[in-house]
Write a protein that binds this ligand. Structure first.
Ligand code: CA
Ligand code: CA
Ligand code: CA
Length: 425
């Protein structure tokens, strides 16, 4: 029975499937155990020319639901959540742990780093290159009723959770003449606040009186719906990626009226930067692309997709290139205006999977062809004319298999991305 079932073709097919399975599981185990499947959020070019990266692991993305459901905070010494700096040659020159999904970094003029430490619901200032926390701002320490008397004790703001409560995902910094300001985004509050940083530093900190401006209100999705990356514009207004509303809005700082909207075709935008030429650089996360649009005409004047998978944000560099972290792709790219990658950091697990599977297919195709050839040659020399047919069939099998693998891999990546994102919102 078994011998009748196991003819030559089936043995070839079964051994291919076995090798395919074993090698992929092995690769996955190696990568995930050694923390080689990072997910990148903010990626910035520092003033010293190095690149600083907010990183957490793919494993942590998978853990996220469990942490949320059971209120499990990230362990303080977890190496899955870190910020590190690499030089032009890709050497790691600085690293710091002690975060939970670090989301955003700002380098201050004195070299200190302001960090949005999302999972721990705080902004911290670190005295880089030392790693001391010299200032901390936590929404759970704020008396929100003093900011707005309508926000009473039953309000979301007054009911902190131990993990990822506010989802504080962004901090920006601005010198305002006599005082310095921080613009802070709390995604789960549907709100951004401007904090008087100078007053905070002069103490006492976490003072509600130091919140000098805010926009948005929890649950009022006509204003903001789980936003990212509010930035100061040169005209004094605030630009915000209103992510779940799939739009970019400009809010007048004085009147709090929306003065400008860009909506067309965006899917979960998470970053919009004003460029010196007046255009906007937008990271359209779920469309896995970075675009430049003309702010007046709203036309797309530049687009980069490449193999981006859910990028978080992009920056225009001084040399005119664009720096972007490839989301769960685990790679950082510097892209020139012609769409050419001129610098990269990191290894893409997902790409490695595709390449590995292509190599396996080609190898198995070659082995299959070789044994077919030997068998025909030894069995019946008169049938040698059929070898060409076997060769063609063998090549076709390899080709079709590779195509299916690439298709399946990218389909699974897409499904994975959607699953992760929809479950994390
Ligand atoms: Ca950045
Ligand atoms: Ca930002
Ligand atoms: Ca940016």
């Amino acid at each position: 029975m078994i011998t009748r079932f196991l003819n030559r073709n089936r043995i070839a097919l079964l051994s291919f499937l076995a090798l395919f399975l074993i090698s992929n599981v092995t690769l996955y185990s190696i990568f995930i155990d050694s923390n080689m499947m990072p997910a990148y959020l903010d990626v910035d070019r520092k003033s010293n020319g190095n690149t600083i990266i907010c990183s957490f692991s793919f494993q942590e993305i998978l853990n996220y639901q469990n942490r949320m459901a059971n209120h499990i905070p990230v362990e303080p010494n977890s190496t899955d959540h870190k910020i590190f700096e690499v030089d032009r040659n890709g050497n790691k020159v600085w690293e710091m742990i002690g975060f939970a999904q670090p989301h955003e970094i700002v380098e201050l003029a004195n070299g200190h780093l302001l960090i949005a430490d999302t999972g721990y619901d705080r902004v911290i200032e670190v005295d880089y290159p030392n790693k001391n926390i010299v200032w901390e701002w936590k929404p759970e320490l704020i008396n929100w009723t003093k900011v707005n008397s309508n926000w009473g004790s039953g309000h979301y703001y007054d009911q902190p959770l131990v993990f990822d409560w506010a989802h504080l995902n962004d901090v920006d910094f601005k010198q305002r003449g006599t005082w310095n300001a921080c613009l802070i985004s709390m995604r789960n509050f549907d709100m951004i606040v401007e904090v008087n940083y100078t007053a905070e530093k002069n103490g006492p900190s976490n003072n509600p009186d130091n919140i000098v401006w805010y926009y948005g209100d929890y649950g009022n999705h006509s204003l903001l719906y789980r936003q990212h990356n509010p930035d100061y514009l040169s005209n004094g207004n605030i630009i915000i990626s209103d992510s779940e509303n799939n739009r970019i809005i400009e809010v007048n700082y004085t009147t709090k009226k929306v003065e400008w909207v860009y909506q067309g075709g965006l899917d979960w935008p998470r970053d919009a930067d004003e460029m010196p030429d007046g255009n906007l650089l937008i990271t359209d996360s779920l469309n896995s692309r970075v675009i430049k649009i003309n702010k007046e005409s709203k036309e797309i004047v530049w687009e980069y997709k490449g193999d981006l998978i859910n990028p978080y944000e992009a920056d225009l560099l001084e040399n005119g290139n664009v720096l972007v972290g490839n989301g769960i792709g685990g790679v950082v790219y510097e892209i020139n205006p012609n769409g050419v990658i001129v610098w990269r950091y990191g290894l893409s697990y997902l790409k490695s999977v595709v390449y590995l599977n292509c190599i396996i297919s080609i190898l198995m195709g070659a082995v299959f062809l070789f044994f077919t050839y030997i068998k025909i040659r030894t069995k019946n020399k008169a049938r040698n004319k059929n070898i060409e047919n076997y060769v063609i069939v063998g090549i076709l099998i390899s080709f079709i298999t590779i195509s299916i693998i690439i298709l399946l891999t990218y389909t699974s990546i897409t499904i994975l991305v959607f699953r992760i994102l929809f479950s994390n919102r």
